[in-house]
Design a binder for this molecule. Sequence first.
Ligand SMILES: NC(=O)c1ccc[n+]([C@@H]2O[C@H](COP(=O)([O-])OP(=O)(O)OC[C@H]3O[C@@H](n4cnc5c(N)ncnc54)[C@H](O)[C@@H]3O)[C@@H](O)[C@H]2O)c1
Length: 374
Amino acid sequence: MADVLRVGIIGCGNISTTYLSLAPLFAGYRITAVADINMDSARTQAAAFDVQAMAVDDLLDAPDVDLVINLTIPAAHFDVSKAILQAGKHVYSEKPFVLTVAQAQDLTNLAHAKSLRIGSAPDTFLGASHQLGRTLIDTGAIGQVTSGTAVVMSAGMEDWHPNPDFFFQKGGGPVLDLGPYYICNLVQMLGSVSQVTSMTGMAQMTRKIGTGPRAGEAVAVETPTTIHAVMKFESGAIITLLSSWDVLSNTHPIIELYGTDGTMTLPDPNFFGGEVTVASGRDAPEVMAWDHPFDVSDPTSSQANYRGAGLADMAQAIASKRPHRCNETFATHVIDVMTAILEAGETGEVVTLSTRCDRPAPLGPDDALALMAG
Ligand SMILES: NC(=O)c1ccc[n+]([C@@H]2O[C@H](COP(=O)([O-])OP(=O)(O)OC[C@H]3O[C@@H](n4cnc5c(N)ncnc54)[C@H](O)[C@@H]3O)[C@@H](O)[C@H]2O)c1
């Protein structure tokens, strides 16, 4: 294997531009080839980013590709990741990692049998703000976290995505689509979840595409679009998750954690940066800050974006033979939490989880700097 991991992409849709344009920020890997079932999409991205366009099977067979990023739609994640592992390559998948715990375990067994690594987004929890939140919790800034709220509510995805079908099919919905950001971040701060329950609903049976060549076309809704869940963590913390694509506007804090000695708020875990506040005791909240490389880099934007950091960490971990942070045990537990929330919505019961994970190692400023190019 080369010193720098040689990486291919399968799935040249919307998010592939982010991976291709941010890759030069990172040391440890280089994107060399792209593939898609739609060869035109692969050719377009290859031309824009000066990489090779390949048919999917050719990319899987390519001897000079060590790892493949799976940027296909959620329903294809399992089959595509399995094919990547069967081809003898490491895989890093976009979220959601897969759609069931059984699929996650199948991939894990295959990877372990072949001595290959699996990684999964989201990696936004490695961002400056969320790592600051982790450090503040670990150093007791708000004492023992006993409860909290996480809120991901909007009017939906059909306004901005030209092909929003997958958001409303099985494998979509706000918990599986956006839940990974919130649940990964809560698990990296608070540890494993032990039990969940929820109630779910659907405000509309069809959604109208708002942009692109299919604008005006109706998409059928086949999965709940409002899910209110309660999660009990092994630590004893009880966190309520309000998730919906049926809400026109709201004023809730995105994540608010209540501890025995104070209260902390955290920004949107879909991004790497944003404001963290701590209120000690009953004092007014204060904005917390630290100097961390994965913070806002673009002065015209409030949203830091270092997507690919998880892959850079995985590349470094492969080279130095240490565990990677966005690993399969963590990703599997997050899938377990999300699918258990959906199951609880269907059955009306409290679901006890079958998996757990250790928290990924924290990523301090020096660790983050070591993942960056130059
Ligand atoms: N769009 C975003 O902003 C965003 C952000 C973060 C994560 N993600 C995640 O990334 C993944 C992709 O999202 P997207 O918005 O780019 O979707 P998209 O629909 O724009 O692109 C998906 C691409 O995958 C290709 N594809 C589908 N099945 C395939 C298969 N079996 N083999 C090869 N290619 C296949 C499609 O032809 C398409 O080009 C999803 O899991 C999504 O949750 C998207």
